[in-house]
Ligand binder design. Structure first.
Ligand SMILES: NC(=O)c1ccc[n+]([C@@H]2O[C@H](COP(=O)([O-])OP(=O)(O)OC[C@H]3O[C@@H](n4cnc5c(N)ncnc54)[C@H](OP(=O)(O)O)[C@@H]3O)[C@@H](O)[C@H]2O)c1
Length: 125
């Protein structure tokens, strides 16, 4: 009965991954996204599949990571997360004229620093 926690599931690859994982009834998917109220495709999936649970999570915020893990714990009870798919990300073609220091910093925070923010907290059995 594997438990998956996927970040950034409001759209794109994260939503599709969640759909594919949900097809297997043995999987439990904690599908996280920044703004559940705006994630209508994900909400539709969770309404149709009992093994999909939506939890709010902004990977840039320690407080959000902690409250998401606490919400996941309430859903999972004694079970822990078996697989963490840290999919959340932002697309930006680095090197074109619109690249700014702020954008680079945001990308670094979202794609690199997140490994330390979410992973050590997320995989705890
Ligand atoms: N598509 C590609 O060709 C490609 C290539 C290489 C790598 N990737 C990587 O694959 C991943 C998914 O790509 P995609 O094409 O599916 O991108 P996408 O359609 O833009 O989706 C990105 C997802 O990440 C979420 N997200 C962004 N910042 C977040 C944050 N701070 N906290 C939580 N969620 C956040 C977005 O949520 P919101 O809806 O709240 O914005 C969205 O659900 C990304 O990490 C991307 O860098 C993609």
């Amino acid at each position: 009965m594997p438990v998956w926690l996927v970040t950034g599931t409001s759209q794109g690859i994260g939503l599709e991954l969640t759909k594919q994982l949900a097809k297997n009834d043995a999987n439990t998917v904690i599908a996280t996204c920044r703004a559940p109220a705006r994630a209508t495709g994900l909400a539709g999936l969770a309404a149709a599949r009992v093994n999909v649970h939506i939890v709010a999570l902004d990977v840039l915020s320690n407080a959000s990571v902690h409250s998401a893990l606490s919400a996941a714990q309430t859903i999972l009870g004694e079970r822990g997360v078996d697989y963490l798919i840290n999919n959340a990300g932002i697309g930006h073609r680095v090197g074109n004229n619109t690249t700014t220091a702020e954008m680079l910093e945001l990308m670094f925070q979202t794609h690199i620093v997140v490994a330390l923010r979410v992973f050590p907290n997320g995989i705890r059995r």
